[in-house]
Design a protein around this ligand. Sequence first.
Ligand code: GLT
Ligand code: MN
Ligand code: MN
Length: 388
Amino acid sequence: MPDYIPKPEHKFTFGLWTVGNVGRDPFGHPTREPLAPEYIVYKLAELGAWGVNLHDNDLIPINATVAERKKILSRFKKALSDSGLVVPMATTNLFGDPVFKDGAFTNANAKIRAYAIHKTMHAMDLGAELGAKIYVFWGGREGAEVDAGMNTLDALAYYREALNFLAEYSESQGYGYRFALEPKPNEPRGDIYLPVVGAALGFIATLDKPHLFGLNPEVAHEMMAGLNFVHAVAQAIDAGKLFHIDLNDQKMGRFDQDLRFGAENLKLAFLLVKLLEDSKYDGPRHFDAHALRTEDEAGVWEFARGCMRTYLILREKARQFNQDKEIQALIKAYKVQDAELSKLTKKFSKKNAEALKAKKFNRVALGERGPGLEKLDQLTVELLLGER
Ligand code: GLT
Ligand code: MN
Ligand code: MN
C-alpha cells in the first residue's frame, strides 16, 4: 500500500499567494492573518513540497527601498537554503496596483506599457536571483470591458512587442527562462485577451522566439470557459508547449474558485494526472489554489496536504488503470487497428490516394459497431470508487 507522502521528487509547488491567501473576496474582508514568506517556506518544506513560486510583490512590497529589498531577500534566501525548498517559477504582479487598471503590456497608454516592461525586467532579475527557470505571464488585467476604443488589434501588437522584448532581455542576461503564458477567459477583466489555451498557442506562433514560449494552463480557467481541461492540456503537450501547470478545481461556469485539487471533479482530476504521468511531464505540479475563506491557518495546511495527497492517490489510480487487464482489453478493442489501411492513410502519395479511392468499405457495418465506451467509463468510475 503506497503511503501517499509527498516528497520533493514529486515536484509539488505552491505560490506564496496560494497558501498565503488571506481569504479576501469582493464581498468580504480577510478572514486570516498574512503569513510571513519564510514561515510559508518552512511549512511547505515540512509538508513535503518541492518548491515555492512568487510574484515580485508577494515577497518585495511594490514601494520597498533598495535596503528593504536586500533585507527581505536575504531572509528569504536563508529560509530556502535551510529548508531545501527551490523557486522553480517566478512572475510579475501586473494586476494589483491601480496603475494597471486598464492593462499592463496591452495598456493603451505607452507610459504604462513601458512601466510594465520595466517592472517585469526587475521581477525577472529577482526570479533569476532565486534560481527560477520558468517565468509565467498571467494576463490578469490584459483585457477590456469596453471595446469601443477599438484597441484589440493594438493590444495584441503591444502584447507581442512586450513578450519579444522580455525574451531578448532574458537572453541578454543569460537567465535561461522559458516563458509560460497562462490563459483565462475573464475576471478580473470583463474579457481577457488570449482567453484559452488554443488562443495562446496561436499567439505564440507569431512571436519572434516561439521556442522560448509555452503554456501554463490552469484547471479553473479553461473550465470557466466551459472547456475540457484535459483536452486543453493534451493540446499543449502535443505542441511541445506544456511548460508549467496550475492545478486546482472549479465548478463549471462560475467565478475563479481556485478550489483544492480534486475537490470537485474527481474523474477529470484523475484523467489529468494520468495524462501528465503517462506523457512523462516532468515540470512542476503547481497548486494554484487556496483554502476556503471559511478556514483558519490549520485549514490552510490541510488544504495544502490535501492537494498533494489527492495527486498521489490519483497517480496510484492511474497506475492501477494501466495494469487493469479488463480495462486495457476494452481500450484495445476500442482502438481498432487495420495495418493495411493505415499504411495507405499515413502519408499522402498519388498511389495511396488511388488505392484508397478504389477500396470498398462496408459503411453500414462500420456504423453499427458500438465502441464499448459505456463499459470502459463505468469501470473507470468503479476503479475511482475503490471497487477494482
Ligand atoms: C492570480 C491568478 C492565478 C495566476 C497567478 C499568477 S496570480 O492568483 O488567479 O491564476 O496563476 O500570476
Ligand atoms: Mn484561478
Ligand atoms: Mn493560475
